[in-house]
Structures are given as structure tokens and as C-alpha cells.
Write a protein of this length. Structure first.
Length: 365
């Protein structure tokens, strides 16, 4: 089986907790040949910890290296500049969410990927969760009239206490300034100038966290026809949106920041007239905790029965890396391609616009 040489760009918490340990588990499929971070100390630390031969603070060294076939991007957003440069260099690219913030950025990444002819995969790991796959299969014989998403989000630092996450204070001021300027330019490109603080905050929340719920919802329901309404409160730390579908179905999706609450609660609930499918996720920083599925159905005697299907043991972060390898080596069609992420970015913009204008917004890319 062909082994893929990978460069990791971005060595923060998700790289330390998930991606690097998972590449180590999949060393029959991948070899990590470079680590890169704007913190030179962090890049070296991760290289030393996982016996990676090369490290750098300059991403251009990674994408220019002959011993790199593919790059995984999990650096601070936005990722557009490095994603496009990597594709232009002929590399396969895995882009952690959020891929970017504006339609213009998304199209630039998509066009670079088409020109390169390489595999571009977005880090939408929850659709690779065996529990999601099970619920998706259950939903295929349903006629959903209502979908509900609740995402009650504590401070990630509470969950990271179970891991050792290294941080360094050697990031050049210029790197932070460059990243902040790029973020500002991207959100202005998406929403316009003079954006209120609570609007920018909720936009980043939708892009960086609730994106998991939105791409899962798209997989089950397709794209909505319009955003009926959006409510924002807690100075942008909470958002709830109502979506309408061509079938007449509705979905309500809510995200709220509860920083001092340890318990993480993220659910997807799908309803039709005689069946309900409920999926409950653990935190994305979990290693070893399975998602849970409950199916409620009405039997021939009118009684409601609950069943709890056994969920296959597979870390979704590992599953998505297996899939990326299969796409690169065997030409398998990517399940989470950049082109699909265009719809998610458009929906996030539409959800935000519905709040800003206080009017329904027709879904459009």
C-alpha cells in the first residue's frame, strides 16, 4: 500500500491531541516528514515528540519540500493563503475547519484544487463518525418534518486538562498581525464593513464550531431554501437559527457558550410522524468516547419503542484520514470535498445576514 509523506502546518491543540497521535496510529499509510508552526519552538517540540525529521516556522519550506506529498492545515484561520499555495505546489491538501470565511476565498481554494488535480479534503470529521453514518442510514427511510440541533459548548480548556498541550511564547508579533489582518479582510469580504462586535463573534462561532452541525444537517437534509430567522444573544455567545426546506420541513439549530459548565452537549435530532433518530456527540477532544444513538419508533400496536444500536468503534478523526489516503491512492471520491464546503460558507453568511437585517434570507451560494 502506498505511503503518503505529510507535512503538518499548525501544531496547536488539535494537532497535538488528535492529528499527530492518529498519524502515528496510521503509520502504515502515512509518514509525517515535516512539522510547521509560526512558533518555531512548538514546531520543534512536536517534531521531537513524534520523531519527525524536519521542522520549520515557514510554511513555504514545507510545500516546497520534495519529501512532502500532502499537507494537513490546522493553523490559525483563515487558511486560504496556505491552502492555495499548497495546491499550486501540487500537493494534496487536508484543510481543518473552518476552511475559510468568504465565498471568494472558497472559490479561490476550489479553483486552485481543480487546476492542481490533487485531492482537497475538508476536516468535517463528524460525518465520518460511525454513529452519524448509522443515523444517516436511519434517516433515509424517514420523511423528516423537523430537525433540531443543540450545541451547548463549554470552555475547551476544561476538556484539554486531560491532555498535555504544549504552548510557546515565541510567536513573532508580525505573524499575529498578519493573521488578524487576514481574518478582518475575510469577514469584511463576507459581510461588509463596520461589523458590530457581536456579529463578528457569532460569525466566527458559526464558522469554527457550529459548522460541524451545519455540514451534518446538509448531509441529511440537503441545502435549505431560506433562513427564516436568526437570533443572537449573550453578546454574540449564543445563536439560534430557523431554516426552511423545499419539502416544507424546518430545522432549528442552536449554539450557546456555557464556559463554566463541564458537561459537553451536542445533539442532532431528526423527526418524522412515526420515528425519531437522536445522535449525541462527545467533545471533539475526546479520545475513546463513542457517540450515542437512540431510535424511537411506533410499533403496530401504537406503542413507542426505543432502541440503542451498537456503534462501531472508530475514531472519526482516524476514519477521515483513512478516507483521505484512499482518495489519494485509489482515486476514491472524496466525501467532504471543498466544493461542498462552499454551500456551508454561504449558509453561515446567510444565517448572519438574517440576524443583521432581521428579515428572512433566501439561501444562495
Amino acid at each position: 500500500m502506498d505511503k503518503i509523506n505529510v507535512g503538518i502546518i499548525g501544531c496547536g491543540a488539535i494537532a497535538q491531541v488528535q492529528h499527530m497521535p492518529n498519524f502515528h496510529e496510521l503509520q502504515h499509510l502515512y509518514e509525517v516528514t515535516w512539522t510547521c508552526d509560526v512558533s518555531a519552538g512548538l514546531a520543534k517540540y512536536l517534531a521531537d515528540r513524534f520523531a519527525v525529521p524536519n521542522h520549520t516556522a515557514d510554511y513555504r519550506e514545507v510545500i516546497g519540500a520534495s519529501d512532502v506529498d500532502a499537507v494537513l492545515l490546522c493553523h490559525r484561520d483563515p487558511k486560504t493563503e496556505i491552502a492555495v499555495a499548497s495546491l499550486n505546489a501540487g500537493k494534496h491538501v487536508f484543510i481543518e475547519k473552518p476552511m475559510c470565511f468568504s465565498n471568494e476565498e472558497a472559490l479561490a481554494i476550489h479553483e486552485a484544487g481543480k487546476k492542481a488535480g490533487t485531492v482537497s479534503q475538508v476536516g468535517y470529521m463528524k460525518v465520518y463518525d460511525p454513529a452519524f453514518e448509522l443515523v444517516y442510514e436511519e434517516s433515509r427511510d424517514m420523511d423528516p418534518s423537523f430537525v433540531q440541533i443543540n450545541h451547548l459548548h463549554p470552555n475547551n480548556d476544561l476538556h484539554l486538562t486531560q491532555f498535555h498541550v504544549e504552548r510557546f511564547d515565541d510567536i513573532p508579533a508580525s505573524a499575529g498581525e498578519h493573521s488578524s489582518a487576514a481574518r478582518t479582510a475575510a469577514i469584511e469580504q463576507a459581510l461588509g464593513d463596520e461589523i458590530p462586535f457581536e456579529v463578528s463573534r457569532v460569525f466566527y462561532t458559526l464558522s469554527g464550531s457550529m459548522i460541524h452541525d451545519l455540514y451534518g444537517l446538509r448531509t441529511v437534509m440537503g441545502n435549505p431554501t431560506r433562513v427564516v430567522s436568526t437570533e443572537v444573544w449573550k453578546e454574540g455567545r449564543a445563536v439560534s437559527t430557523l431554516l426552511e426546506y423545499a419539502s416544507g420541513a424546518r430545522a432549528i439549530a442552536t449554539w450557546i457558550d456555557l464556559p463554566h459548565l463541564w458537561d459537553f452537549d451536542e445533539t442532532l435530532e431528526i423527526y418524522d410522524d412515526s420515528k425519531r433518530a437522536i445522535l449525541s456527540y462527545p467533545t471533539g477532544f475526546s479520545r475513546g468516547q463513542l457517540s450515542e444513538v437512540t431510535i424511537y419508533e411506533i410499533d403496530a400496536n401504537g406503542r413507542t419503542n426505543a432502541r440503542h444500536p451498537a456503534v462501531e468503534w472508530e475514531n472519526p478523526f482516524v476514519a477521515e484520514l483513512r478516507h483521505w489516503h484512499d482518495c489519494i491512492v485509489n482515486g476514491t471520491t472524496c466525501r467532504t470535498p471543498v466544493v461542498d464546503a462552499l454551500d456551508d460558507i454561504s449558509l453561515i453568511i446567510n444565517i448572519t445576514q438574517a440576524y443583521v437585517t432581521d428579515t428572512p434570507v433566501t439561501f444562495s451560494r
